[in-house]
Design a binder for this molecule. Sequence first.
Ligand code: AMP
Length: 462
Amino acid sequence: MIPQRQTRENAADPAPARDRDQINVSKKNEPIQSVKGTRDLLPAESPLWQRVEDEARKIFEAYNFREIRTPVLEQTALFARSVGSDTDIVTKEMYTFEDRDSGSLTLRPEATASVVRAYIEHSLYNEPGIQKLYYFGPMFRRERPQKGRYRQFYQIGAEVLGSDHPAIDAEVLEMLVLLLEHLGLKEFRLLVNSVGCSRCRPEYLKVLRKALDEVKTRLCEDCQRRATTNPLRVLDCKVEADQSIIEGLPKIIDHLCPECRQHFDSVTMDLQQRGVTFEIVPRLVRGLDYYTRTTFEITSGLLGAQNALLGGGRYDGLSEMLGGPPAPGFGFAIGQDRLVLTVEASATLVPAQPLAVYIAWMGEGARHEATLLASGLRRQGIGTEISYQPVKLKKALGAASRLQARYAIIIGEEEIASGNYQVKDMGTGEQQSVSAGEIAAFLTEKLREPLPAPQGGVAGEK
Ligand code: AMP
């Protein structure tokens, strides 16, 4: 690479002196903590996160979805226009800042708008057929942190763009249920509703406003405000005292236009034919403005207060809202933090893949062969750890069991002389001698055998 001379043009834009003075370096030597509402995912948790991602990828690809990765930074207008300028997300929860030269930017609070932006920006609508896209990644919302609710959280989502066929809604819901079943979840509920379209919803809103006028003084303060600013949100209220009043409000599924009604009936019939269990919940309206027709949520009783595991729906006008061609869409976002919590709580996951092999070598004379053996096994994809110093056998076996290795290979002077290594099964304690040349094949065969069944614990638990 040719080294570039630093010029004013290519130098990293230095912060103006005033800004630099304002950067708070806090007290030197004091530990700096992570930001409120964000957290580190430590190695002990990773196996579960990876397992969930692997399973999602496998199932999405079986349904012919392909991965898309969009930036975490977007223009603020993208979310103001799509999620809705009167929603909680846009009015209270976004991390928005003025960039030095690009105007207002926002750390994405969700990814559907980004996926649709990318679909338009790269003219994916010109590719034949519909687009089936999935994504993984962090989202940012300045909410009050609690268990299952974070300011940086992770979503696994998918979007189908380019068709308004009801079979898409049903197929995606079937795929989600399959994913949860594959992850061993049993206690979840699929709730579905329709929020109508730009033709029938305004008519319903008139009816709803009228009904709200009569009862609104008896509702909570937030709902009194929502009754005027965003009446649909009243249906979403969680305040106990409001529930009986809300139950009596008119239901949107009783006010759908014939097309929306037909769409909803087709989706529910298709779900029945696929054997997918669901409940119709007329109050399910969700917190983003772009939804049309089908909306849904999956909840889990294992989650406590924040019981929504995932949600989504149809968003037939979103592409046009963002300056694109008509491209009806349907998608969902799973809260990955919550999915991992649920999988953990249901304790059905197979144990984390422990380390396959620990190589214990004794005496300097064994270092070279042990190192070569480790390289050879790793090259073949066999997870291997090795001591960096010569160790005593007892200590080495202690390390192997702490690392949950399935096998320990013992190499001392005697083994070097005979060309046969000792292979100890750490589960059963059985030990056998295997010649150096055959050890990789021997282990590959052995490692194919399934791990013993878990004793009711979850991945990584001792
Ligand atoms: P939404 O994008 O609001 O439709 O949310 C989809 C899913 O993301 C929800 O069902 C939650 O599981 C998850 N989710 C939303 N907000 C948060 C948050 N602040 N922390 C953790 N998970 C969240």
